[in-house]
Design a protein around this ligand. Structure first.
Ligand SMILES: NC(=O)c1ccc[n+]([C@@H]2O[C@H](COP(=O)([O-])OP(=O)(O)OC[C@H]3O[C@@H](n4cnc5c(N)ncnc54)[C@H](O)[C@@H]3O)[C@@H](O)[C@H]2O)c1
Length: 346
């Protein structure tokens, strides 16, 4: 039997473990898998572009497990009452190909993206970072805010969104978190001024310029999450030129990240090399670092495996008869027999 995991199951897991602890476990699981990077079969995700958005498939495997995620990105979806990003995915057994888990991944994507940003910031942000600008206050925003508050010690969030209702929603959801001050700003420039970390989480189907070189300050770390598709960027090319740039999986980020604007030989460092000590992370207090995040299949693989483990421990998830149970594996036709009593007669 395949196990079905719904958004309600993920919400139960968050309630059971607490969001800070779950984000920590997720960041640890992702980091453990990034550290064994060479063991994975990797490809850039397969994207199907349309006028209003994109639908992507994200496969990855090691010797034991295979996973894929289906995810869309439709920045105009809010107008029809749907989220910009929706996702689900499968974890399968490599030895037999059996699908073990069919899981929601919309909530899980927000959790794993925040956990990945946290993992990157731990090696790239200036130690002692306390303030973060959060540009784009939509569906992903609370997850990033709380990951950086609990996991990195961020105490002040400086918020800006072109939609004031999104910022008001974020303030409602985060108000009362002990030790977290919220400052609503009138522009990106105002939010970014003086911030140790800048997180961009905007959604727009164009080459937007959210962060310009003139906004940079020595020692800033940019966690650039929203530029994740061809023709959809957030950083001015001059920002990348002024920084050391870190990526998940270079072949995919060259196509999809803010990096798409740069020449093919523009130097970047894959995060797994920093995490395994093969390349330096931040080297100086005054250097500017950029995590050009696009979201890589391995983060969903790690998340699916952790969800499988935690759901099994908590007795969550429903058995799902997705694959026919056959007494004789060569007699697939037996599945139809009860429904076709008159087959022979016909
Ligand atoms: N890198 C990753 O792993 C990853 C994972 C998930 C989502 N994403 C991307 O992150 C982005 C945010 O996702 P979401 O689910 O929160 O989307 P969302 O639509 O819920 O929120 C996006 C917000 O950005 C705001 N915005 C748009 N243009 C802006 C601008 N110029 N200045 C300030 N705010 C602006 C919108 O008003 C909206 O509130 C999307 O682009 C999505 O594709 C990346």
């Amino acid at each position: 039997m395949t196990t079905l995991i719904t958004p309600a199951d993920i919400a139960r897991l968050v309630a059971l473990h607490g969001l800070p602890a779950l984000l920590q476990r997720l960041a640890a699981a992702i980091e453990a898998d990034f550290r064994r990077w060479p063991e994975f079969d990797k490809v850039p995700r397969v994207a199907s572009h349309s006028r209003l958005g994109v639908i992507e498939l994200m496969p990855v495997a090691d010797a034991e497990h295979y996973s894929f995620k289906y995810v869309n990105g439709h920045p105009g979806n809010g107008a029809v009452g749907l989220p910009t990003v929706m996702a689900f995915g499968v974890l399968a057994d490599v030895a037999t190909g059996t699908p073990l888990l069919l899981s929601e991944l919309t909530l899980t994507t927000a959790l794993r993206t925040a956990a990945t940003s946290l993992m990157a910031a731990r090696v790239l942000a200036r130690p002692g970072s306390r303030s973060m600008a959060l540009i784009g206050n939509g569906a992903q925003a609370e997850f990033q805010a709380l990951a950086f508050h609990h996991g990195l010690g961020i105490r002040e969030l400086r918020l800006f969104d072109t939609d004031p209702a999104a910022t008001a929603k974020l303030v409602r959801n985060l108000q009362g978190v002990p030790g977290l001050a919220l400052t609503v700003c009138a522009s990106t420039a105002e939010a970014v001024r003086g911030a140790d970390i800048v997180t961009t989480l905007t959604a727009d189907k164009r080459n937007a310029v959210i962060i310009e070189p003139g906004m940079l300050e020595p020692g800033m770390h940019l966690n650039a999450v929203g530029g994740d598709c061809p023709g959809k960027t957030e950083l001015h090319p001059g920002v990348l030129e002024a920084a050391r740039v870190f990526v998940e999986y270079e072949p995919q980020t060259r196509i999809e990240g803010d990096l798409q604007q740069m020449p093919a030989d523009f130097a970047v460092t894959e995060l797994w090399r920093v995490l395994t000590g093969q390349a330096p992370g931040r080297q100086r207090a005054d250097e500017i670092t950029v995590f050009d995040s696009v979201g890589f299949a391995l983060e969903d693989f790690s998340a699916l495996r952790l969800v499988q483990q935690l759901a099994s421990e908590a007795g969550l998830g429903q058995p799902l008869a997705l694959i026919p149970a056959l007494a004789d594996p060569k007699d697939l036709f037996a599945q139809l027999r009860p429904k076709l009593p008159s087959l022979r007669a016909a």
